[in-house]
Write a protein that binds this ligand. Structure first.
Ligand code: AP5
Ligand code: MG
Length: 217
């Protein structure tokens, strides 16, 4: 399966992609996560993208496209599928991906209101050691702000500050909404109601994936 998961900031893309990846044994690729990891390690790529990621702007296509297609080819070559989270976010990214050998078959669009996304983002915390994501309200760690897996103190993402969240939404409406329109015309887009608990959303996604598989039998 070659699956893309799109949606506004905080919609639950990463949370759901992780669950689907484990359930179906396909690798989860998150472009945002690759950037954050490189920023943490202060690599050449990290230094190049830091100012965009931390201010909530999209990283320029010239940097994102080559990197993502290369990572997808590696994943696809090894595992025969992928679930890609947060890409494409511009029409250019979508067009290049669709012409590549790793063009997606299924696009899941998670729909959540902006108010709910902001509520989720302001309570999100993550572990710098293993990358696990928590939510102080909806998915709290067992011990106050400590990672269940590593025992490390959880932190807030640089771009989860209020003014940066606003920028991320601006970018989403301006540049990524047209991508949904583009995929709607291909018949590969499936809209998922992303409100409700994490389990409820997962259930809706699995139902959609099952129905697509049945149709293709
Ligand atoms: P990225 O890391 O992809 O950020 P994003 O799109 O803003 O999305 P998030 O990761 O914030 O949210 P999510 O939808 O994954 O939600 P999550 O599952 O964590 O990108 C970061 C930056 O990198 C961009 O701003 C840009 O600069 C750059 N970038 C990345 N891709 C790019 C591209 N293609 N082109 C150019 N630049 C790019 O959930 C959020 C919180 O809610 C968590 O705490 C979670 O526990 C909780 N939660 C999840 N589901 C539920 C639920 N159902 N109920 C209650 N809580 C829930
Ligand atoms: Mg994410």
């Amino acid at each position: 399966m070659k699956i893309i998961i799109l949606g506004p900031p905080g919609a639950g893309k990463g949370t759901q992609a992780e669950i689907i990846s484990k359930k179906y044994g396909i690798p989860h690729l998150s472009v945002g996560e690759i950037f954050r990891e490189n920023i943490r390690r202060r690599t050449e790529l990290g230094l190049k993208v830091q100012k965009y990621v931390e201010s909530g702007e999209l990283v320029p296509d010239e940097i994102v496209i080559k990197l993502t297609i290369r990572k997808l080819m590696e994943s696809y070559g090894t595992f025969g599928g992928y679930i890609l989270d947060g890409y494409p976010r511009t029409l250019k990214q979508a067009e290049v991906l669709d012409k590549s050998e790793v063009a997606p078959e299924i696009i899941l669009s998670i729909k959540v209101s902006e108010d709910e996304c902001v509520r989720r983002l302001s309570n999100r915390r993550y572990c710098t050691k293993c990358g696990a994501t928590y939510n102080l309200i909806f998915k709290p760690p067992k011990k106050d702000e400590i990672c269940d897996l590593c025992g490390v103190k959880l932190i807030q993402r640089e771009d989860d500050k209020e003014e940066v969240i606003r920028n991320r939404f601006r970018e989403y409406y301006l540049k990524t909404k047209p991508v949904l329109q583009y995929y709607r015309r291909t018949g590969k887009l499936f809209e998922i109601n992303g409100e409700g608990t994490i389990d409820e959303v997962t259930h809706r996604i699995i139902e959609v994936l099952k129905s697509i598989r049945t149709q293709n039998l």
